[in-house]
Write a protein that binds this ligand. Sequence first.
Ligand code: HXC
Length: 508
Amino acid sequence: MRTVIEGLAERRAQARLGGGERRVAAQHAKGKLTARERIELLLDPGSFEEFGMFVEHRSTDFGMERQKIPGDGVVTGWGTINGRLVFVFAKDFTVFGGSLSEAHAEKVQKIQDMALRARAPIIGLYDAGGARIQEGVAALGGYAEIFRRNVEASGVIPQISVIMGPCAGGDVYSPAMTDFIFMVRDTSYMFVTGPDVVKTVTNESVTAEDLGGARVHTTKSAIADGAFENDVEALLQMRRLVDFLPANNRSGVPEWPTADLASRHEASLDTLVPDSANKPYDMKELILKVADEGDFFEIQADFARNIVTGFIRLEGRTVGVVANQPTVLAGVLDYDASRKAARFVRFCDCFEIPIVTFVDVPGFLPGTAQEYGGLIKHGAKLLFAYSQASVPLVTIITRKAYGGAYDVMASKHIGADVNYAWPTAQIAVMGAKGAVEIIFRGGDAETIARQTKEYEDRFMSPFVAAERGYVDEVILPHSTRRRVARALAMLRGKASEQPWRKHDNIPL
Ligand code: HXC
């Protein structure tokens, strides 16, 4: 028995070495951790249970039968994050560049199946060279099996991808079908085809960083939901994110103890909105002051900054926040902001996370660039997502709620449950000056000024909407946290029924 146990220990030790000391040193020299070091940081100490440590590829081409490394380029298993179950797979770049063979794919599929069966989140850590070139079509089949499982699990368990090195070819599409993608700055990149292929096909010269680095994907393509300075920060932030997420679509949001009283007043909010309607203020200040302990996990912080999305807690329970940001483009809705918020609303709705919407929006952004870019369809995504959401929806209009954007931003009419307005709210078809210039076209300056004042007095307040019941109550800014927390508590048992359908046809 002793020899057997020693044999096991030896095999384990060898598997833990991955691609060997030289490759591990090369990995560290690039500022990257190894797959196992990453898992150690991601999970609670000692909680990782590894599966498939001895799996090897079955390839016999190109001398591969002489090159077998236990684990075959991916470390898989389960563990806990702050005591809550998660499944994880981490590509091991030190083993065949983390490339995907048939056996490697089967390991990932097994973990995907287990996560779905156990109804617990799955986190993939990517650092890989795509399909195992020596294997060809077996690798393609392996990818497709993974993709299908991503889709099957979508909306059932949270799926998170963290890109911590190269991620190209077949490796990009699985993350793309998960709920969130995060990247590490300077050491990670994602693209379908790399700089060499780009040069051959389109004659463009571009670096890997400019083609698919963290900056590109967090600011331009919106493929990534955030980026971090290094592996350690990325993994610690993933622990923080998981604390916000439900285990699955039926579990309900996690509830953490908090010492922050729901009744906490924030007197400073009474002066947050400036006297002049054209002066910006930072909507994030409101979000932070409403949140338990000021804790806000922002999603897509660097993309379409005119809208803010992310998670907070109220009374210890997760809440999704969508908020127009007056400091960027006056908080206008454009196509990027619309699709960013739409995807976030859909995430919250499939995982039963209530949504609080803070509104200060001057409308949709006019212009050919927007219309040619599909503003109608992208705006419709947000309208569709909110209209379909059956989770508790609480809306607070702080200042402007103009035109179509008023309807879209979780108005009563599209299904919000509780709609509050601050006394500074202006709910109208458009700004007073624009409205008067249309009604009194050709009028002299004095008429325009007089009528603008009259329009402002009549329409630029929360009361026209309140008189019709479109807002439930005009609330004092300092009481926002208490009012929102109470509304969400009241809505905890919200039930809503939708007609049977196979699935909807959201404008994609
Ligand atoms: C087998 C691979 C590999 C691969 C890397 N390696 N990629 N082995 N299959 N796809 C091996 C290398 O041979 C090397 O082995 C080790 O991993 C590290 O690779 P390096 O090139 O030394 O590292 P680096 O300079 O950091 O470059 C990383 C890289 C590069 C950019 C990822 O390796 C690369 O371009 N690889 C090929 C990428 C690719 O074309 N993949 C196929 C995509 S097609 P040793 O033994 O020297 O350590 C695809 C289709 C699927 O994925 C589509 C499904 C929808």
